[in-house]
Design a protein around this ligand. Structure first.
Ligand SMILES: Cc1cc2nc3c(=O)[nH]c(=O)nc-3n(C[C@H](O)[C@H](O)[C@H](O)COP(=O)(O)OP(=O)(O)OC[C@H]3O[C@@H](n4cnc5c(N)ncnc54)[C@H](O)[C@@H]3O)c2cc1C
Length: 385
């Protein structure tokens, strides 16, 4: 059967969108040239292969960010309650040498608060007057999450095709097109809005033990006084993920992004240059939580966040008439593409219903793998009611 819908892109946005549409009764296919389960992917433009997995909007522009994130968080909460796809929650700490705390968390996370009696939270040597904040935060353990999403999508009836798509191929693609091609969208579609590649360095301490406070797993972000250049540390099944860089340069599809040199002390891991603070400051902080990362295998990865017009329209989720026909765009999610993925998938599904009409919502998928039924109920409630 010919698909009603072709989703271009197999990152977190393409796959969540395709899964939502399949559960709504559309016959969908995903077409992409890179998949997160492929070990050999090392293209920094394939952002979902690098996402650290915190469910909290960061470095993104979007008019409807609050509603979109709230809808997204509802789905992530459901996945956490069901203990599926590597979605979990833990106490996250913002440890701040200037006492300001994060700008996004108080707005988006229930129970965000100042820690009144700091106990064993780690400190940088020489730091003074440090203030701690905390809230429970959701995380998607990305390698596990992406693999699980593909599995669920196929179990729901979706199909996957691997190929590179060019502008001339677009007219041959069956059904309504959904553009989830992330940073590479300008290869296929015109867009006059500014587009940036925002580079981030991640250092993974493979198989490192989990950082704990009073016996419970924690994660943290640490802000240094003065330059505010901080670091973060998120535990994951494959080790501990450490990061803290954001270098943004204009992106054009026909040129390699040209990043300025890192303007700070660096170190090399496996021949790749990373800011020293990601390794050294984290090692100092983690040692106070009983974790010796320097004894782990350290691995570096560098990916680009697809940052569209953060001061203007931001993420593009809209139905547009392109030369190849109608296309629903869903790209440019910056540093929040995982966090807003379900909210954007819900918005796309509403636009699809507008563009090709409501499909009779299929009966609840009772015989399908466990998370599909509650996922179907939550998504249909948000999209159809
Ligand atoms: C270091 C780093 C840390 C991050 N941390 C977080 C975080 O903690 N929380 C968070 O919410 N977000 C985070 N992000 C951002 C997040 O990873 C991205 O916003 C998100 O992955 C974008 O997903 P996407 O599906 O839109 O695009 P992508 O993941 O880039 O997927 C694009 C897809 O399109 C396909 N494609 C593109 N062009 C073509 C073509 N011409 N033909 C065929 N296929 C094509 C690609 O093969 C790929 O499958 C982070 C990003 C980085 C780099």
């Amino acid at each position: 059967m010919q698909p009603d819908i072709t989703v271009l892109g197999a990152g977190v946005n393409g796959t969540s969108t395709a899964l939502a549409l399949t559960l709504l009764g559309y016959n969908t296919q995903i077409v992409a040239d890179q998949f997160a389960y492929e070990e050999q992917h090392r293209d920094p433009r394939f952002s979902s292969a690098y996402g650290a997995g915190a469910i909290l909007p960061y470095s993104v522009g979007m008019d409807s960010l609050d509603e979109t994130f709230e809808e997204s968080q509802t789905v992530f909460r459901l996945l956490e309650e069901l203990s599926v796809l590597g979605v979990r929650k833990n106490d996250h700490y913002w440890i701040d040498e200037e006492g300001r705390g994060p700008s996004n968390a108080p707005k988006y996370l229930d129970g965000f608060r100042k820690v009144e009696s700091p106990n064993a939270l780690p400190r940088r040597t020489g730091s003074e007057h440090v203030t701690d904040f905390t809230a429970e935060m959701l995380f998607a353990d990305m390698p596990t999450y992406m693999e699980g999403l593909y599995r669920l999508y196929q179990a729901a009836g979706g199909s996957i095709r691997k190929r590179t798509v060019t502008r001339t191929d677009l007219t041959e693609m069956p059904g309504l097109l959904i553009n989830c091609t992330g940073l590479r969208s300008p290869e296929l579609f015109e867009d006059s809005a500014p587009y940036h590649a925002a580079r981030g360095h991640l250092v993974t301490a493979q198989r490192a033990p989990i950082p704990k406070l009073d016996g419970t797993m924690i994660s943290y972000s640490y802000s240094v006084a003065g330059d505010r250049k901080g670091v973060y540390c998120f535990p994951r099944m494959d080790g501990i993920v450490m990061g803290g860089t954001h270098q943004s340069v204009p992106y054009r599809p026909d040129e390699k992004p040209c990043f300025p040199p890192l303007n700070e002390p660096t170190t090399k891991i496996g021949g790749t240059e990373v800011p020293k603070r990601i390794v050294e400051l984290n090692a100092e902080l983690l040692a106070q939580l009983g974790v010796d990362v320097e004894r782990s295998d350290l691995e570096v990865s560098i990916g680009y966040r697809p940052l569209r017009d953060p001061e203007g329209d931001g993420v593009r989720v809209e139905l547009a008439e392109e030369s190849c026909g109608p296309v629903v765009h869903n790209y440019g999610h910056g540093g929040a593409g995982i966090s807003v993925s379900w909210g954007c998938a819900i918005s796309v599904a509403r636009l699809v219903r507008e563009a090709i009409g409501d499909r009779e919502v299929p009966p609840a998928p009772v015989s399908r793998p466990a998370p599909l039924l509650p996922l179907y109920r939550t998504l249909t409630k948000h999209i159809c009611e």
